[in-house]
Design a protein around this ligand. Sequence first.
Ligand SMILES: Cc1cc2nc3c(=O)[nH]c(=O)nc-3n(C[C@H](O)[C@H](O)[C@H](O)COP(=O)(O)O)c2cc1C
Length: 371
Amino acid sequence: MSRDDLTFGWFLPTSGDTTCLGDPAARIAQSPEVFDEIVEAVDNGGFKYLLMPVNATCWEATVVASYYAARTRNVAPLIALRSGYCNPTLAAKMFATLDQMSGGRLCINLIAGISDDDTRADGILDTKEVRYEKMDEEVEIMKKLWVAPGAIDHQGKHYTVTQAIEPKPLQQPFPPFFLGGGSDYALEISAKHSTVHLFWGDKPAVIAEKIEDIRERAAKYGRRDEIQFGMRLQIICRDTEEAAWEEAYRLIAGSTKFNLANNRLGANAVEGIRKTSEANRRVWDLLEESGEEMKIHPHLWTGISTVRAGAGIAVVGTPKQVANTLDEFVDAGCSSFCLSGYPHAEAARIFSSKVLPYFEGRLAAGLPQAA
Ligand SMILES: Cc1cc2nc3c(=O)[nH]c(=O)nc-3n(C[C@H](O)[C@H](O)[C@H](O)COP(=O)(O)O)c2cc1C
């Protein structure tokens, strides 16, 4: 596997930022000004994409993405799309329009939703299995609509579509699809459809095994060597290792375990998320396994998982230690890194000025290419 053609992305915290996860008073509420500072650091910092998440407390991802596509020159929005939430013909039209309007700067992150409780609260009663069935069909319909010269004829289990749409996307044959999820359903759909499968943090050896599993599944679709892999990680980087660990523990000081930041359900959300999401179960199992020090690897720390769902595994260390740890994931088969840190603008500036130079000469010119 080549160690070149790497892409780096950052995360836009549209449910709010913070300087200390354990201190409610340190919360930085969402605002255009807060987002502006982060987006500027990312657009000028060598990052290729900017992840727009979705949940009840996030500002709406496609709207925020469109606004910033007009105000940036380099970075592409990576828009989270929850299956079952948006009619696929409308989604295909919105994404193709944004791809055209942004000069081909658009990626889509397919997700099934963090928990059944959360989707049910939105009025969507589908089980996770059905949400994944819909995801599979929605991507199939979007791809068909984007490449077909005329009307398509899609007769599926959940959708019947006989439409032809304009515009087609600028990126041909279509924009890159990322997918984040840990269940068998997620791995199968990634094998079939994803440009990049995204993992939350884990030990590099475990990621290498998961990559081999997904590549084997992708072989069924003739995509074994085509599918790419990425890590969604937190970064805590300081000039000395001691200062980095100090910052890590400071970040969660005062927090109560499983009182999730930015989640109105707090501790009650954890059980529901554990029940639904295998990717989250794995992250929280790693937290339990990691003991007092909360380390799963010399520079991989589970501490943030005490107070947030999802991307709670952090790379902690000096710029060189952070770069070397990311390279362990490159050796495991990853070529993309979707990163974040608290507060997000400052952490992006530290990463781009101190860690990215270690990857000079190994960066891809553009986004991962769908094929
Ligand atoms: C990289 C990544 C990003 C994700 N982003 C979101 C998100 O923005 N909103 C959300 O509700 N869930 C998000 N998820 C969570 C998935 O929706 C979750 O894992 C889901 O429950 C799928 O279940 P599974 O892991 O059992 O396949 C993300 C997951 C991963 C791995």
